[in-house]
Design a protein around this ligand. Structure first.
Ligand code: H79
Length: 431
């Protein structure tokens, strides 16, 4: 593909590009929100004694004066950050890549950047010999898990950001930081955010800044997978669309996509937030996303010491054990939207090659059946319930496929595998 400022990378077709091949198959990643905000653990008590709760937005939403925020960051000491434990957790969860915040809106760099001192090395009580991004890179590599970086374009700390005349100086520093990240840690992904900033008196980010930034990154490493929040043209920017806390209703045609979601209700660690989603809920979301050809980037927020909350770890391992029994089959990894059937009311259906994988959320009552509406001509060649020896029949009549299991469910979701034979991709009704 052509490169250089002004290149429209939408014509570089990320759907088929070699750089996105792994990403299109892997489907499930771990998002990690970790920064100086984590030191508050979601709660700020002002000098007058009033308590304000938030998470990674605590500085803004609780109006913490910058001097106070900087002072508090000096005591940030995430000595419990254990990269091996985190990479093992991701692996056990069946997550094949990790995206960690290298710098969130607060502007605080989580690696020893040489660009400024507002970073975990120079502005904390943390061990000055440690570099958590280097640790996580090593731990991820050792387990075959890919590592990527979130990087906020919007910066609340750098005074040169929200000002047209000084913005070029900010941009130079941002480019220098991104080069440090590429040179030092060789990330697989860049996940930008905050280009949409609407709350500043002045947001300097223009569409051409996005195009130029993307070209710059392609020049640093042509294999980078880059999300669409690099710029302001949305589907024309980057490789991957980024629905946040939502699942698109249909397969998205214009761009590869990845739903990012929280495992409780917060991105950054928040002690007060015990709103943990269940393993079933999370697994249903994962299969739903995969059945619509998307990826799931599921977030955890380590606490002030850098430890992933037990409640999050337990749920991730629960998903991993479900994936161990069902995911390898094609219900998730390498799965795509089936194309040949409509999404049923009782679950979702994904496809890998000549197999359909029906993830059943609502199991039929004894003697009952599940039906699928076919959109193309294919024959059903067989059916089985994963993790069960029960017989299951699947027959097609007209455009209705009827599935009759004979026993009870083995999990939620329970996966039914259907073999299909497509003679030709002929639409229903044309013979
Ligand atoms: O880092 C987490 C949040 O702190 C940050 N993004 C996630 C990954 C975030 N901060 N605020 N918001 C998200 C809410 C703003 C969302 C929107 Fe949008 C910005 C709605 C419209 C513009 C996201 C970006 C959805 C569409 C574009």
């Amino acid at each position: 593909a052509a490169s250089g400022p002004g290149t429209n990378y939408a014509i570089d077709d990320p759907f088929t590009a070699a750089r996105t091949a792994w990403w299109r198959q892997d489907r499930f990643g771990m998002f990690i929100h970790f920064g100086a905000y984590s030191h508050y653990e979601g709660e700020y008590t002002s000098p007058s004694g009033s308590v304000c709760r938030d998470a990674e937005w605590i500085k803004r939403n609780c109006n913490i004066p910058i001097g106070e925020y900087e002072q508090f960051a000096k005591t940030f000491n995430p000595s419990g950050f254990d990269a091996d434990a985190i990479a093992t957790l991701a692996k056990d969860a069946g997550q094949r890549y990790i995206v960690i915040t290298s710098k969130h809106h607060e502007g605080y760099a989580m690696w020893p950047t040489k660009v400024n001192t507002w970073n975990l090395r120079d502005h904390s009580a943390f061990d000055k010999t440690r570099d958590i991004l280097a640790e996580l890179k090593r731990a991820s590599d050792a387990r075959g898990v890919k590592l990527g970086f979130y990087y906020s374009i919007w910066d609340w700390h750098d005074p040169d950001f929200p000002n047209a005349s000084t913005f070029p100086k900010y941009k130079e520093r941002m480019y220098a930081q991104l080069k440090e990240l590429v040179d030092n840690y060789h990330p697989a992904v860049f996940w930008f955010d905050g280009e949409w900033d609407t709350t500043n008196p002045y947001n300097p980010w223009r569409a051409e800044d996005g195009e130029q930034l993307e070209a710059y990154l392609r020049g640093l490493d042509p294999n980078l997978v880059i999300n669409n929040r690099v710029g302001k043209r949305r589907v024309a920017d980057g490789d991957t669309g980024t629905p946040e806390q939502e699942i698109p209703n249909e397969p998205v045609l214009g761009q590869l996509w990845e739903s990012c979601m929280t495992i409780n209700g917060s991105w950054g660690y928040a002690r007060h937030d015990q709103n943990w989603k269940s393993v079933t809920d999370l697994t249903r979301k994962l299969t739903t996303i995969a059945s619509r050809s998307g990826n799931y980037l599921l977030n955890v927020g380590p606490d002030a010491l850098g430890r992933v909350p037990t409640e999050a770890a337990t749920r991730l391992r629960g998903m991993g054990s479900w994936l161990g029994a069902n995911g390898q089959s094609g219900a998730v990894y390498q799965a795509e939207s089936p194309g040949v059937v409509d999404e049923p009311s009782w679950g979702v259906v994904s496809r890998r090659g000549s197999k359909l994988y029906a993830s059943v959320f609502n199991w039929p009552a004894s003697g009952g059946s599940l039906t699928l509406h076919a959109r193309a001509s294919f024959n059903v060649t067989g059916a089985r319930v994963l993790g069960s020896s029960q017989t299951v029949s699947a027959t097609r009549s007209g455009d209705t496929v009827t599935i009759r299991p004979s026993g009870s469910r083995v999990g939620d979701p329970t996966v039914i595998e259907l073999g299909i034979a497509t003679a030709a991709a002929t639409p229903v009704g044309s013979g």
